[in-house]
Design a protein around this ligand. Structure first.
Ligand code: 5AD
Ligand code: SF4
Length: 440
């Protein structure tokens, strides 16, 4: 039997695509290999967002090159956003690569493997959703559901519009059918995925057009789906209807990811984010009013071109005012072909690093305060497996998306109540509440 090995970089969208790749390969009769050197097919699913991702990935590719020279029958494939952003250049820079494909062409990998082509091939036109391919889920009780692909925004730092193209929503009927079959398969938690999930549906023909909040309602109504999440929404489209959905739909979790990027209106303008600091804070207030216990998390970029000390202060003020439950912080890094990469006033690396350190301190202090509100409460936890640090304990996630390490006897996939007795900025700890004796 032929064996494959996949290495994934980047975001959840990529993790999802990798699951589809694995499912597709298994249906072609391949088997997963735990290590790269035992694989006949070495795949990389790449990202172009994170700083140094290119470099990290180049080191991995070096190993693939060595393995390929030892056994030229091996196939090396590079997929994902980075491949899409450089296209045919992949082959020029890395002549040992056999196949390269963008995020919309995962199905072409199968075609390549079944052809007797001996020359390298690249596939970069968006054609299809990976959602239509068979999946191999990492955990049988959790699934991603890709609801749209691409993005119509023009954020000046972001490469996604050029790698994943214009927004294309999948039809609601198709999505609901997929959720039903996931639920029948034992899935209890679904995460809707898209670059800008809450603008879902606007590109659909009128007879099929529904709002994102309507889609949330449809998924919520599928029997067996006990937890519903989504990522990422755009603050500009975070309207009352979505917040109301959080208040009323039983499966929709108490967590909203609301990417800030910057707390300075001037920088937000240069980023082409289409909202101001005030408008963003207004969204937060609306969430806090209607959903006081909801977790709010965010993405922040430091060191965008032209960011002054004052602009950075304004970001710190917003972080202070909102008190995020957690935040992904990014050092700005120029991406080829984006508007911001050509801007003057690029910020020196040393300044970016300093700002990042100060920001991370504040983010963690606020996250620790927020997490302490759970101590003494009992939370519903979806069990994922053994705790990473102490395998005699269990690990899972609360509806607020907090990692919880706890004492207990439950199995992966179980929903249990956990009494929380301590917290840090990142995790909660406690013990499982045994329900015997209660009720009856
Ligand atoms: N530099 C740094 N961070 C970026 N992000 C996107 N593009 C860049 C870039 N060029 C961050 C944004 C986005 C997250 C997924 O990655 O914060 O929300
Ligand atoms: Fe994900 Fe963006 Fe990286 Fe593509 S470029 S893998 S969408 S983070």
């Amino acid at each position: 039997m032929k064996r494959f090995h996949v290495t994934t970089f980047g975001c959840q969208m990529n993790e999802h695509d990798s699951e589809r790749m694995k499912g597709m390969l298994e249906s072609l009769g391949y088997e997963e290999s735990p290590s790269r050197d035992e694989a006949d097919l070495i795949l990389f699913n790449t990202c172009s967002i994170r700083e140094n991702a290119d470099n990290r990935f180049v080191a991995h590719l070096g190993e693939a090159k060595r393995l390929k020279s030892e056994d030229p029958g091996r196939i090396v494939g590079v997929g994902g956003c980075w491949a899409q952003s450089v296209k045919e250049e992949v082959f020029r820079r890395f002549p040992f690569v056999d196949v390269a494909f963008g995020p919309g062409q995962i199905h072409r990998l199968a075609e390549f493997l079944n052809s007797d082509s001996i020359s390298a091939q690249g596939y970069f036109e968006f054609e299809d959703f990976s959602g239509d391919l068979p999946a191999r889920r990492e955990r049988p009780f959790q699934a991603w559901l890709q609801i749209s692909q691409g993005c119509n925004c023009v954020c000046s730092y972001c490469i996604v519009p050029s790698t994943r193209g214009r927004e294309q929503s999948r039809r609601p009927s198709e999505l609901i059918e997929e959720v039903r079959s996931l639920a029948a398969d034992g899935v209890r938690e679904v995460t809707l995925l898209g670059q800008n999930v809450n603008s879902y549906g606007r590109d659909l023909p009128p007879e099929e057009r529904i709002r994102f909040s309507d889609l949330l309602g449809l998924v919520d109504s599928v029997d067996g789906i006990e937890r519903l999440r989504y990522t990422s929404p755009h603050p500009k489209d975070m309207k009352e209807d979505v917040i109301e959905a959080h208040a009323t739909l039983p499966s929709l979790c108490e967590h909203i990811h609301l990417p800030l990027q910057s707390g300075s209106t001037r920088i937000l303008k240069a980023m082409r984010r289409t909202y101001s600091r005030e408008r963003y804070l207004d969204r937060v207030e609306m969430i806090r009013d209607r959903l006081p216990d909801c977790s709010i998390t965010t993405d922040i970029i430091v060191g965008f071109p032209g960011e002054t000390d004052r602009d950075f202060e304004e970001t710190m003020e917003v972080v202070d005012a909102v008190s995020y439950d957690s935040a992904f912080t990014f050092v700005y890094s120029p991406r080829r072909g984006t508007e911001a990469a050509a801007m003057e006033d690029q910020i020196p690396h040393s300044v970016k690093k300093e700002r990042m350190a100060v920001l991370v301190d504040l983010v963690q202090a606020r996250a620790a305060e927020r997490a302490s509100r759970f101590v003494g409460r009992s939370l519903e936890v979806l069990v994922e497996g053994p705790s990473r640090k102490d395998p005699s304990r269990l690990r899972g996630r609360s509806r607020h998306n907090k990692a919880v390490n706890f004492e207990g006897t439950a199995s992966p996939g179980d929903l249990v109540e956990v009494e929380i007795d301590s917290s840090t900025s990142q995790t909660l700890a406690g013990s499982e509440v045994l329900l015997s004796g209660i009720g009856g």
